[in-house]
Design a protein around this ligand. Structure first.
Ligand code: GZL
Length: 327
């Protein structure tokens, strides 16, 4: 017995062929075949979205952007599940989406590995995957239709280039994001590729303010020569500010801080002189994601990846710039 999805997909395929034949035969007409595809011709498509958590200002802004774009008014029935930064919660959500036979599955994987089994189950179900933000490292062939996110390695490289130019003798402590996440792996690769010889120590703050503070409290004891921190996100950087001040030092001066994300609190720290440089990682791509999921549901061609454009901010950033930030 074919599952509803198989039936729907075979109907789309057959109708698609008929429509194509019709187009070929009569040399005209519209792509009526898309109307039987999920998401085409005014249908509402169901999207299962597994968000990895709510660990940072970036994630909150990203969730707001996704929820504001993937709406009923936009032809999308969004099933949103927060995994609280636990891979097992994401895997359960992905399996639930298969059971619910959603039209598209989207998720931001908390770490790169450990997805082979569930990605194969999704592939076997015929439900297309849109990868969001973080990346995966899997043996499954062709596991997703498209990925939208930032160039993490370039973000690390941009941060490293600032350090090489502005603090070439700095003793750098690298405050890393969730170990094994695409953002951590590639920001480390980009940064260390430029100024790795300046790095005296590394530890993870798991992308959260509290864990960033704890990691830097220990780092200032273990590596007292540290006079610059490269933090993989603003939230951990703000935790570092607390730890530096508790140690009787001045953030931005005794210990410079180079960060990634560019959320409002991070740019405020820049204006307040506590951060020295911030590389943006733009979380506001909900509209682009909505278009991608609808195109994937309709069986349209989509780019294999969409890189979200970033910029960078130094201490010439003004309070007006901060106040104008959308996130
Ligand atoms: C980057 C994103 C990272 C942010 C952090 O695209 O995955 O995860 O840099 C967030 O703030 O926790």
């Amino acid at each position: 017995m074919s599952s509803p999805r198989t039936t729907r997909r075979s109907i789309v395929a057959a109708f698609g062929v008929a429509a194509l034949w019709g187009l070929t035969a009569c040399g005209g007409g519209d792509a009526a075949g898309s109307e039987t595809a999920a998401g085409g011709g005014g249908d509402t498509i169901t999207v299962g979205f597994s968000q990895l958590g709510a660990e940072s200002g970036w994630r909150t802004a990203n969730t707001e952007s996704v929820k504001s774009a993937l709406t009923a008014a936009n032809g999308i029935d969004l099933k949103f599940v927060d995994a609280q930064q636990k891979q097992e919660n994401q895997i359960k959500a992905l399996r639930d989406f298969i059971t619910q036979d959603v039209d598209v599955i989207a998720f931001s994987p908390v770490i790169e590995t450990g997805w082979d089994e569930v990605l194969q189950e999704i592939k076997d179900s015929g439900i297309p995957v849109v990868l969001v933000d973080r990346t995966v490292d899997t043996s499954v062939q062709d596991p997703y239709a498209t990925w939208i996110g930032a160039d993490f390695e370039q973000e690390g490289k941009t941060a490293g280039e600032w350090v090489a130019k502005n603090a070439p003798d700095a003793k750098v402590f690298e405050l890393q994001g969730t170990l094994g996440s695409g953002a951590q792996v590639d920001r480390e690769k980009g940064f260390d590729g430029v100024v790795g010889q300046q790095v005296v120590g590394k530890a993870s703050g798991n992308f959260t303010r509290a864990e960033g503070k704890t990691a830097v409290e220990a780092a200032l004891q273990t590596y007292p020569e540290t006079n610059l921190i490269f933090t993989h996100n603003d939230d951990m950087g703000l935790g570092a500010v607390e730890a530096i001040e508790a140690a009787g030092k001045v953030p931005g001066k005794d210990v410079q801080i180079v960060s990634v994300d560019g959320v409002r609190d991070g740019l405020q720290a820049l204006v307040d002189g506590k951060f020295n440089y911030v590389v943006e990682c733009n979380p506001v791509f909900g509209d682009q994601l909505a278009t991608l999921v609808k195109d994937v549901a309709a069986g349209k061609e989509v780019p294999k990846e969409t890189i979200v454009q970033d910029q960078a901010f130094d201490q010439t950033t003004t309070q007006a710039d901060v106040d104008a930030r959308k996130y």
